[in-house]
Design a protein around this ligand. Structure first.
Ligand SMILES: [Zn+2]
Length: 271
């Protein structure tokens, strides 16, 4: 599933190819995504200049003059830069064609993605208005997380995966961050000490920054006509490594389900 680092990598990958260009056409081959693709998309975008390619959480915001196209990659979506000569494949649902024939192509086999239009402030859109702070922003710090932890009863892993608390900490990154911080995923979030919140916030920022950095090496794939941009395989410390030796202490990595999600941790390195 595309997580925040993949979405940010997508943003950085597509932006140089389309920023400042004018939409010439929009081709909708499949409008039944998570929500129906806005019927007026072609009409409102044609002739509009793309002024910004931004991200909020896992949403990509393509800012035109009359409004904003909100894209979400869902469970399996990806974006690539191509040309009209490249024949669309089975799951290539949307093409955004620019005046110079650059095509931004949206591919999504499982169709959980979204392409929505708003002429209002996108930050006030119902999908975005309630989102917590960006994990890499200064607003997301130990003081903030500790305050929010005190407002509800939840284990720490569920807390950091709640997009109302902080956006973009998906299942893999939650496990990895908790390992790096030395905090057990099952801890009641209110029981963490200030120093543990400090370590955890720092770990989340480190893990996400590293993933975005690694993603940078795959940017060339965004113009690869052969297929999907390859989402990066990362060197994971605990996630998906149940039973394998911890990279720090060699104890077998343990796993359990928290809120239906697989969670991995080291019982010796995390407390
Ligand atoms: Zn360990």
């Amino acid at each position: 599933m595309p997580e925040l680092p993949e979405v940010e990598t997508s943003r950085r990958g597509i932006a140089p190819h389309i920023l400042g260009k004018t939409f010439k056409a929009v081709e909708v081959r499949e409008s039944r995504l998570r929500w129906p693709v806005a019927a007026e998309l072609a009409e409102v975008l044609t002739g509009q200049r793309l002024r910004a390619v931004e991200r909020r959480g896992k949403y990509l915001l393509l800012g035109a003059e009359a409004g904003t196209l909100i894209l979400h990659l869902g469970m399996s979506g990806n974006l690539r830069i191509t040309s009209p000569q490249q024949i669309p494949g089975k799951h290539d649902h949307l093409d955004f064609v620019f005046a110079d024939d650059t095509v931004l192509r949206f591919n999504d086999p499982r169709k959980f993605g979204a392409a929505l239009w708003t002429s209002a402030d996108p930050m006030q859109h119902p999908l975005l208005a309630e989102l917590g702070p960006e994990p890499l922003s200064a607003e997301f710090d130990a003081q903030y997380l500790q305050r929010r932890a005190g407002q509800r009863i939840a284990c720490i892993k569920s807390l950091i995966m709640d997009s109302h608390i902080v956006v973009g900490v998906g299942n893999i990154y939650a496990s990895e961050s908790l390992f790096l911080a030395g905090v057990l995923p099952t801890r009641e979030s209110g029981s963490l000490h200030r120093e543990e919140f400090e370590r955890l916030v720092a770990a989340i920022k480190t893990v996400l920054s590293k993933a975005i950095e690694q993603g940078g090496t795959t940017l060339r794939d965004f113009t690869n006509a052969e297929g999907k941009p390859g989402y990066f395989k990362q060197a994971l410390a605990v996630y998906g490594r149940g039973g394998e030796p911890c990279r720090t202490c060699a104890e077998p990595v343990q796993h359990l389900k928290i809120g239906q999600r697989a969670s991995y941790y080291c019982g010796r390195c995390q407390r």
